[in-house]
Design a protein around this ligand. Structure first.
Ligand code: HPA
Length: 252
């Protein structure tokens, strides 16, 4: 039996239409997750888990998120599938602000983050395969939910994961463009890799909220990002609700 969870990022701290069933305050061998994990029902018979990646009040910076505790806690609740929602900067010309992208690849520029559950007790078979970092099955569900609701979602793209919390320099974005990155965000790694280590099916639904540094000819204004987060997240929420609506029913 599969069980879906959504990890919400900036601008997505809850999902309208979900009825909270209970909240799970968990401890893991890797510490505490970013927030209580919300167990919710939708339409009476669908069960879903939700975790606010940056904490309930958005106080945890990308490089300080306890990604291991978050993924471990979700799996301990029986979660098998994860949709990770993220806001990103657009690098490619076809992904301006308000575009939703469902990436299929990752380039990792982060450093100093705990990348593995097995760091302290490693054996050779724990070199997980990461050729295709996202679950194609979950990506398809995101894309078809968009199609059903007439919300355009760009199929495929390379998520460049930076350390943050500062935004990038124009030269860094130029280099990322040369590397083939489509979008830039700060939370995609190690989250995706940790999900793979535990065998969770994981994909990302990324909302572009600004042109990446140096691409608009102006400095990045946080007030503009905030506006785009508000307007764009409404579409992301519709996609998520459509996916939840199509998940198989809770047997209990
Ligand atoms: N860079 C990195 N992360 C981001 C950006 C950006 O421009 N916009 C939103 N998240």
């Amino acid at each position: 039996m599969s069980q879906l969870a959504i990890i919400g990022g900036t601008g997505l701290t809850n999902i309208a239409g979900l009825d909270v069933v209970r909240q799970h305050q968990l401890k893991t061998p890797f510490g505490e997750p970013s927030a209580k994990i919300v167990e919710a029902s939708y339409g009476g018979d669908k069960r879903i888990y939700f975790l606010a990646r940056h904490g309930e009040q958005h106080t945890i910076a990308p490089h300080r998120i306890n990604y291991r505790a978050n993924i471990w806690a979700l799996q301990s609740l029986g979660v098998t599938e994860v949709i990770a929602v993220a806001v990103v900067g657009g690098i490619s010309a076809n992904v301006g602000p308000e575009t939703i992208v469902c990436p299929d690849q990752i380039v990792d520029y982060t450093y100093g983050r705990e990348q593995s559950f097995f760091s302290d007790d490693f054996s050779a078979h724990q070199h997980i395969d990461f050729t295709y970092p996202y679950s194609e099955q979950i990506r398809r569900r995101i894309l078809s939910a968009g199609q059903q609701h007439n919300i355009q979602i760009v199929d495929k793209g390379v998520y460049g994961a930076t350390q943050g919390p500062r935004l990038e320099t124009a030269a860094e974005i130029k280099r990322m463009a040369q590397d083939g990155c489509t979008v830039v965000g700060m939370t995609g790694v190690p989250e995706a890799a940790l999900a793979r280590e535990l065998g969770l099916d994981y994909a990302c639904c990324a909302l572009v909220v600004n042109w990446a540094a140096g691409l608009s000819g102006q400095e990045i204004q946080y007030s503009e990002i905030e506006q785009t987060v508000i307007s764009g997240m409404a579409s992301v929420q519709r996609v998520l609700v459509a996916i939840i609506d199509h998940t198989s029913s809770d047997p209990s």
